[in-house]
Design a protein around this ligand. Structure first.
Ligand code: B12
Length: 305
């Protein structure tokens, strides 16, 4: 009988080894055999059960319920029948508890990897509610659900990528339909030097454009010296640096950014700044707060303001 290690089973199922270990400790889905050296090894039956649980989780079943269903029939030797919430029948592959219709529609489209439907769902919400409300009611709950799904199962990265694409495109399309703000002394929005996450910045740009405030988005992984140069060259009214995770390089680059020119205001956003002594900067707690500060700073910097 072929016996497999954690790494081999993880690779076969397309989940992370840590997710497999968690299924073992949390749901009792452990390897039932041992190697000659005493290490845990998965049998073909173990792998079949894990595969069934994984498929059920991807189809929207809670991992605990899927594991319980699998364990319930373990002794009979039958193929497990796991209750599934099927996409299209009201359920979704991404659980968004308490969310409204818009978020559920977006989650369903994302879980099915239906990029156009996902983009349409975001665009419809942006047009109907405006960026601030659409971000909180529709987009954020689904992003958080996608992140939680990945953290719990180690799978679904493709959903996160598709969601990112759909949300980004919808925010850009929405922004493109708004009147172009004046170009003077824009607000700069940038991801820190190691940062891939920039969706909050796309949301900030759309919300700023709705209020007639010009901004420039420098995107992910912006080197701090380049950001300082951009701030100086554009005479930026303010700069917002986003960090999802701590990054010492971003902190080290702040003094040069603060010195980019006499009137620049520096804002830091995102959980990566938590607990950082960042000096004379403003730390908005959420999107509405960030947009309110940026709007005020930009207005104050206008010749008539
Ligand atoms: C989409 C996404 C990605 C996309 C990013 C694409 C893009 N262009 O942005 C991709 C797939 C590339 C990605 C990559 C990675 N990701 Co990612 N990702 C996410 C996801 C699902 C959404 C990110 C997001 O936009 N969040 C914004 C909102 C939705 O988050 P929020 O909690 O509501 O925000 C709070 C505040 O930030 C604030 N807020 C919300 N919006 C705004 C706006 C402004 C302007 C302000 C000031 C505040 C603010 O209010 C909220 C309440 O406090 C999150 C899950 C999550 N919960 O955020 C993971 C998440 C951020 N990713 C995570 C990780 C680990 C990664 C990777 C390291 C994975 C890997 N091993 O490669 C890489 C990072 C690589 C790198 N160098 O940066 C972790 C971070 C954990 C941590 N803190 O260490 C998360 C939390 C997933 C998880 N549950 O573990 N990711």
């Amino acid at each position: 009988m072929e016996l497999l290690s954690v790494g081999e089973v993880a690779a076969r199922l397309g989940v992370s080894p840590s997710a497999l270990r968690m299924w073992g400790s949390r749901y009792g889905l452990v390897a039932s055999a041992r190697s000659a050296g005493g290490h845990r090894r998965y049998t073909a039956e173990d792998v079949a059960l894990l595969q069934a649980v994984h498929e059920a989780v991807l189809a929207g079943t809670d991992p605990a319920a899927a594991a319980a269903a699998v364990r319930g029939i373990e002794d009979t030797g039958e193929r497990p029948v796991i209750p599934r919430r099927r996409a299209g029948a009201g359920g979704t592959g991404l659980a968004v508890p308490g969310a409204g219709r818009g978020a559920r529609g977006l989650a369903r489209a994302a879980a099915r990897l239906d990029e156009m439907r996902a983009e349409d769902a975001v665009l419809a919400a942006l047009r109907a509610e405006g960026t601030l409300a659409a971000w909180d009611d529709v987009v954020r709950p689904v992003l958080i659900a996608a992140g939680a799904h990945w953290a719990a199962t180690g799978s679904g990265i493709e959903i996160e990528h598709l969601l990112t694409q759909a949300v980004t495109t919808a925010l850009i399309r929405h922004t493109a339909t708004l009147p172009e703000p004046p170009s003077e002394r824009p607000v700069l929005l940038a991801g820190g030097p190691q940062e891939e996450h920039v969706l909050p910045l796309h949301a900030a740009r759309a919300a700023l454009a709705e209020g007639g405030v010009p901004s420039r988005l420098l995107g992910p992984r912006t080197p701090m010296p380049a950001l300082a140069t951009a701030a100086r060259r554009t005479r930026a009214a303010a700069v917002l640096v986003w960090l999802s995770r701590a990054d010492p390089e971003a902190v080290e680059g702040l003094p040069a950014l603060l010195a980019a020119h006499r009137r620049v205001r520096v804002l830091v956003g995102g959980p990566g700044w938590d607990g950082v002594e960042a000096g004379p900067v403003t730390a908005p707690r959420d999107l509405p707060d960030a947009v309110a500060v940026l709007r005020r700073v930009w207005r104050e910097g206008q010749p008539s303001g």
